[in-house]
Ligand binder design. Structure first.
Ligand code: 5RP
Length: 224
């Protein structure tokens, strides 16, 4: 295992400790969340009573593999805690997410949680968002028009593809990976993008994070 993966494992396993008996937990997506799910599965086997609500089909599959009981929104009153990954975290704990293409479900679940813990290795901690491209989920119909509207706001766009096929999100939509350069005012950019017809959601998660678990030189650090 390389150093990055070792750090992701340390962070993910630490996050699982925050889950208490009786909680309904939003289960994020990504390679750091994988370790949280694995540890949570072990705790469930030991008798921890929790219910999870997954933020992607991949997380749903993993949670089932680890025997974590799952719920749907129709079954729940509230989400006590969500634990999710991120692609960038700025100094105000605003996030850029969606590298794995799960931003819509992640935002729906994370926004509903009373507490949002972000698990992100040191490489994700930045002064300003925007080195990583900004994922924006769009309706497939007329995506070219939506892309040109985004371009008028100053962002160059690339339609996400995997293995030479257009990437389709869990919601049946496309993702435009946008380059706006440094994003110094994420809330303003998010609002402008959301007003464009065809845009479903952006990967900017502003003012939602309660805590961040990360590492510095291989040691755990916590930000709030
Ligand atoms: C997917 C996301 C993920 O949370 C993010 O990509 C996770 O990163 P990592 O795999 O490094 O934990 O935003 O939409």
């Amino acid at each position: 295992m390389n150093e990055l993966d070792r750090n992701k494992k340390i962070i993910g396993e630490e996050a699982a400790k925050y889950i208490k008996n009786g909680m309904t937990v939003g289960l994020g997506s990504g390679s750091t969340v994988y370790w949280m799910l694995k540890k949570l599965g072990e705790r469930v086997e030991e008798g921890l009573d929790v219910k999870g609500i997954p933020t992607s089909k991949k997380t749903e599959r993993l949670a089932k593999e680890f025997h974590i009981p799952l719920l749907e929104f129709s079954d729940i009153q509230q989400i006590d805690l969500a634990i999710d990954g991120a692609d960038e975290v700025d100094e105000h704990l605003n996030l850029l997410k969606g590298g794995g293409g799960s931003l819509v479900r992640e935002k729906i679940v994370d926004a509903e949680a009373k507490q949002l813990i972000i698990i992100a290795d040191e490489s994700k901690l930045v002064l300003h968002l925007g080195t990583f491209y900004l994922p924006v989920e769009v309706v497939p119909f007329g995506w070219e028009v939506t892309a040109s509207r985004i371009a008028k706001l100053g962002g160059s766009t690339t339609l996400r593809e995997t293995n030479n096929h257009v990437f389709v999100s869990d919601n049946g939509n496309y993702i435009l990976d946008c380059d706006f350069g440094q994003i110094k005012e994420p809330a303003t950019l998010h609002e402008k993008l959301k007003l464009l017809v065809g845009v479903v959601e952006t990967g900017l998660f502003v003012g939602m994070t309660t805590n961040v678990i990360s590492t510095k030189n291989g040691k755990l650090i916590k930000l709030a």
